[in-house]
Ligand binder design. Structure first.
Ligand code: FAD
Length: 307
C-alpha cells in the first residue's frame, strides 16, 4: 500500500519541499547518493572501479519545467564527460540519462530532448564511453525508444532500459535483441495504471524472466538491472545456457544497495556495474528507493520520531 503513496509523493512539489527541508532526511539520502558535486562522483568512481566494479553515472535531475534547466543538465553531463575522459576508464565508466531532465516533457519536448542529448552522446563517444537512456513512466516510452533509434545511427553503443512491468516490453525486447543493442532490463520503478502494466509482483517477476530469456538468446548485450537474488541466479543460469561468457552480459545494481552481493558477483568474474547517482536534485530518485522497500520508510520515520 505504501509504495503507490510514495510514488505519488515523488511527483508532489509540496512533499518535495517538506522532505527536502527535513535535516534527518540527509543520512538516509546519503545511503543512495554518492554526493552533490562532480568531485564526489569522481571519488565514488575511483573507489568502485578500484574494487573491480564498473559504473554508470547519473547526474540527478528529472521532470524539469524550464528549457534553461535542460541546458544546465546538458552542461553537467558535458562536464562529467570531461571528467571521465581524464579518468580514461573507457566504458568501465558510462553515463545514464533521464530524458525528462533534457526537456522531453516540455512543449516540443521530443525534439528538444534529442537536440540536448546529442552533444552528450558525441562527447561520450569522444571520451571513449557511452550513454544509456533511463526509462521513465510509460507515457515517455515511445519517445525514448525513438530517440534511442536516432542516436544509435551515429552512436551504436547507446543503451536503453526496458521495464518488465509494462505489457509491451516483451515486444520491445524482441525489437531490441539484435546485434550491438545494449539493453538494461529492470522491473520498473514508476506508478503505472493496470491498463498498461502488471500490478502484482509475481507477474512482474515472471515477465522479467520471459524478457530476459529473449535478450539472452538474442544477439545483443543484456544488462540485468536487479537486486533480486532470484533474478540474479536466473540471469546467471540463462547466460550459461545461451553460451554467453562473462563480458557478454552484465549485472547492474544501484549505489548503496546489496553491496556485498555486488562484490561477490565481481569476485566471481561477472561484469558488475553500479549505478551511481550524484547531484542536488535527489528527491524523485530517493522517493522511488523508499517506495521499493518499506523497511527504508520505517527507518526514515524512526529518525524523524527520535529527533
Ligand atoms: P525487488 O524485488 O524490488 O528487490 C529485491 C531485493 O533487493 C529486496 O528484497 C531488497 O533486499 C533489495 N532492494 C531493492 N530495492 C531496494 C531499495 N530501494 N533499498 C534497499 N534494498 C533494496 N527503473 C526504471 O523504471 N527505469 C530505469 O531506468 C531504471 N534503472 C535502473 C538501473 C539499475 C542499475 C537498477 C538496479 C534499477 C533500475 N531501476 C529502474 C529500478 C528498477 O525498476 C526497480 O525498481 C528496482 O531495481 C527494484 O527492483 P529489483 O529488481 O531490485 O527487485
Amino acid at each position: 500500500m505504501l509504495g503507490p503513496v510514495l510514488l505519488a509523493a515523488a511527483r508532489s512539489a509540496g512533499v518535495r519541499r517538506l522532505v527536502s527541508s527535513t535535516p534527518v532526511t540527509r543520512p538516509v539520502v546519503d545511503r543512495y547518493i554518492a554526493g552533490e558535486r562532480l568531485d564526489d562522483a569522481v571519488t565514488a568512481v575511483r573507489a568502485l572501479t578500484g574494487r573491480g566494479l564498473e559504473v554508470t553515472l547519473d547526474h540527478l535531475g528529472e521532470d524539469i519545467t524550464d528549457p534553461a534547466e535542460a541546458l544546465r543538465n546538458r552542461d553537467a553531463y558535458l562536464a562529467l564527460c570531461e571528467a571521465l575522459a581524464a579518468l580514461g576508464l573507457g566504458e568501465r565508466a558510462e553515463m545514464s540519462v533521464k530524458l525528462s531532465a533534457f526537456g522531453q516533457a516540455l512543449p516540443g519536448g521530443h525534439d528538444l530532448a534529442l537536440a540536448n542529448i546529442t552533444p552528450v552522446a558525441e562527447a561520450a563517444a569522444e571520451a571513449g564511453t557511452t550513454v544509456t537512456l533511463d526509462m521513465e513512466d510509460h507515457t515517455t516510452t515511445d519517445s525514448t525508444l525513438a530517440i534511442l533509434r536516432e542516436l544509435r545511427r551515429r552512436f551504436p553503443r547507446t543503451g536503453a532500459v526496458l521495464q518488465s512491468y509494462l505489457f509491451r516490453t516483451e515486444d520491445d525486447c524482441r525489437a531490441l535483441a539484435g546485434e550491438g543493442s545494449r539493453v538494461r532490463l529492470v522491473k520498473g520503478a514508476y506508478k503505472e495504471p493496470a491498463s498498461v502494466a502488471h500490478q502484482r509482483r509475481r507477474e512482474v517477476d515472471r515477465a522479467f524472466v520471459r524478457c530476459l530469456g529473449i535478450l539472452m538468446t538474442g544477439q545483443g548485450y543484456p544488462m540485468i538491472g536487479s537486486h533480486d537474488p532470484r533474478m540474479v541466479a536466473i540471469g546467471q543460469e540463462m547466460a550459461r545456457r545461451a553460451g554467453r561468457k562473462p563480458g557478454e552480459y552484465e549485472f547492474q545494481m544501484l549505489y548503496g544497495i546489496r553491496e556485498a552481493e555486488q562484490a561477490r558477483l565481481a569476485a566471481e568474474g561477472h561484469r558488475m556495474r553500479v549505478y551511481v547517482p550524484y547531484g542536488t536534485d535527489w528527491y524523485g530518485y530517493f522517493m522511488r528507493r523508499l517506495a521499493e522497500r518499506p523497511a527504508n520508510v520505517a527507518f526514515f520515520l524512526r529518525s524523524l520520531a527520535t529527533r
